[in-house]
Design a protein around this ligand. Structure first.
Ligand code: PRT
Ligand code: ZN
Length: 293
């Protein structure tokens, strides 16, 4: 595969758990993606950028080798693919695709910490990560690599424990397995190639990354407006989640009250509003933030 002259390439998962959110991020950064006839490549019509749609396992290497300039992939895949060669740089966590790589065992297996895994056979799709973790714990265990359906391995007597990704925990429950150890916390990350793009494209690359950072930091952020009695100002600003220093403005015809505007970086729950109200705030408005830079 050769790089297309004069265009940046972003590697995204073609179809899977990260696909939709990856496309959303690209679109929210202002890239108009057109689905053409070519399933492997989507074009961006307003910038010289293409999206390369591949299996997530291929993304770290495509980016490390400079075939793609940016990529969106789970930290778990990035860790597993890591070898001695060139590596992609992790630019930022993206806040989606969260999961945990866990070791789980049947309830019948007496468990008393990692030492209980000594000499066992553990099934996983993440043999390298698991091996590193076991080595770190000083545990000698056999690893059986399976591409999928890892959770059925104990029932089929292929292994006595598993090491697999968990998000809700429903799969472990359904297979009667108990999570025991956390091997890795993971989420989707934006990665960048160590190979610089063509000279003329560096500026575009930087601006896309900056926009994506803006999209990520505005996710979950809210703009809060409220009126507060001057006397309760400190108490009220203390309740606003992740607000930094809010803007305080006079209210016309009112000496005893002010208007407070704040960008809250953390989720604003109903409980927060109830606390604000109890502290004396009124006319509370919570607005979504579309863009932030
Ligand atoms: O075809 P391709 O190779 O691209 O896709 P894939 O089948 O390898 O990956 P895919 O689409 O299943 O997952 C892509 C990425 O999503 C993973 O690499 C993780 O970074 C992330 N992710 C987040 C998850 C999960 N949550 C997850 N729950 N990946 C897999 N699972 C599986 C897990 O393996 C287990 O089978 O879901 C099951 C457990 O889910 P719960 O909710 O029952 O705990
Ligand atoms: Zn995969």
């Amino acid at each position: 595969m050769s790089t297309v002259q004069g265009r940046l390439r972003i590697a995204v998962q073609k179809s899977g758990r990260l696909s939709d959110r990856s496309l959303d991020l690209v679109r929210d950064a202002g890239l108009r993606v057109v689905k053409g006839n070519n399933d492997l490549l989507y074009r961006v019509e307003n910038y010289p950028i293409d999206l390369l749609r591949v299996r997530d396992d291929d993304i770290p290497t495509l980016v490390a080798d400079g075939v793609c300039d940016l990529g969106i992939v789970g930290e778990n895949v990035l860790e597993e693919v890591r070898n001695g060669g060139p590596v992609a740089e992790v630019l930022m966590p993206l806040g989606f695709g969260r999961c945990t790589l866990k070791i789980a065992v049947p309830p019948t297996l007496a468990y008393d910490g990692p030492a209980s895994l000594e000499g066992l056979r553990i099934a996983t799709s993440y043999p390298k990560i698991l091996r590193r973790w076991l080595d770190g714990e000083g545990i000698a265990a056999d690893i059986v690599t399976m591409r999928g359906a890892v959770e059925v391995a104990p029932r089929l007597k292929l292994a006595s424990a598993i090491c697999d990704l968990v998000s809700t925990g429903a799969t472990l429950d359904a297979n009667g397995l108990v999570p025991r150890e956390t091997v890795l916390e993971s989420q989707a990350v934006l990665i960048k190639s160590p190979v610089a793009p063509e000279a003329g494209l560096q500026h575009l690359l930087d601006s896309i990354v900056e926009r994506m950072a803006g999209v990520v930091s505005s996710q979950g952020a809210k703009y809060v407006m409220l009126n507060a009695p001057r006397s309760a100002l400190d108490a009220i600003t203390a309740i606003l989640p992740g607000a930094g220093s809010p803007t305080v403005m006079p209210l016309s015809g009112r000496d005893d009250a002010v208007a407070v505007h704040a960008v809250c970086q953390e989720a604003v729950f109903w409980e927060t509003l109830e606390k604000l109200k109890a502290a004396g705030a009124s006319a509370i408005l919570v607005l979504p933030i579309e863009k932030m830079m």
